[in-house]
Write a protein that binds this ligand. Structure first.
Ligand code: FES
Length: 233
């Protein structure tokens, strides 16, 4: 499937998913539709899911120019759609993994506690493969205040002060080409408080373009290439 055809198909799927509709066990599927964006490398070449290194932090911007997300290929398949709860009680289903082994997932990288996120200078939040004195490993761990999320189960909160899971990024996978596209979000977006909290910083960094929607393509980088200092804990 060619790039335009794939993104066109993604738009149709995202449109269908954009409906809020009842799902099993009384949960609400709450998918917010955004323009689809093909995941590409720094040269504009489409990312292929099978070539992602397992348990490695990748970062891309979506659905806005200033909002970072993690792309992860897990060591084991995601648990499939998990029923999760937002702060305030609303339930939703995470989208589960896509691609080979259904192990590729993506989440907003804005911590659900106090909105720590990966910047070019530093990141307190990242996928942590190995066990440490503060967590069991194979988790997304925000070292700012030790909120720990399980990426296998839709980034549900394992421990720490975060009041709700990370928002999931909806990915579409084309089995014919192994390409990936982001098409929306599920769960509690933090974008408005994020833009409010970091207004000055984002204005300096993006010159007013931080809220610009990502469309067409979005560049995927390893966190180690994106950010100079990743805090370990
Ligand atoms: S900002 Fe992430 S745990 Fe507090």
């Amino acid at each position: 499937m060619k790039r335009r055809e794939f993104l066109g198909a993604c738009g149709v799927m995202a449109g269908a998913a954009g409906l809020t509709c009842p799902s099993g066990a009384g949960a609400q599927v709450e998918t917010r539709r955004y323009p689809p964006a093909l995941l590409v490398d720094i040269h504009g070449v489409p990312i292929q899911a099978a070539k992602l290194a397992a348990e490695t932090n990748y970062v891309f911007q979506y659905p806005f120019a200033a909002t970072p997300c993690f792309l992860l290929r897990l060591a084991k398949p995601s648990a499939g759609p998990a029923t999760l709860r937002r702060e305030g009680g609303g339930r939703y289903q995470s989208p589960g993994g896509v691609g080979p082994g259904r192990a590729v997932v993506a989440f907003s990288a804005i911590c659900a506690h106090k909105l720590a996120y990966p910047t070019r200078e530093v990141s307190f939040i990242r996928y942590q493969r190995d066990r440490s004195s503060t967590s069991a490993g194979s988790v997304i761990h925000c070292c700012a205040d030790h909120s720990v999320y399980d990426p296998v189960e839709g980034a549900r909160v394992v421990s720490g002060p975060a009041p709700q899971p990370l928002a999931a990024i909806v990915l579409e996978h084309d089995p014919a080409t192994d390409r990936l596209a982001a098409t929306g979000t599920v769960g509690a977006e933090q974008f408005e408080p994020f833009f409010a909290k970091y207004e000055m910083k984002l204005a300096l960094e993006y010159g007013g373009r931080g809220r610009r929607p990502v469309e067409g393509t979005t560049v995927v980088r390893e966190l180690a290439q994106y950010c100079r200092n990743t805090i370990q804990c």
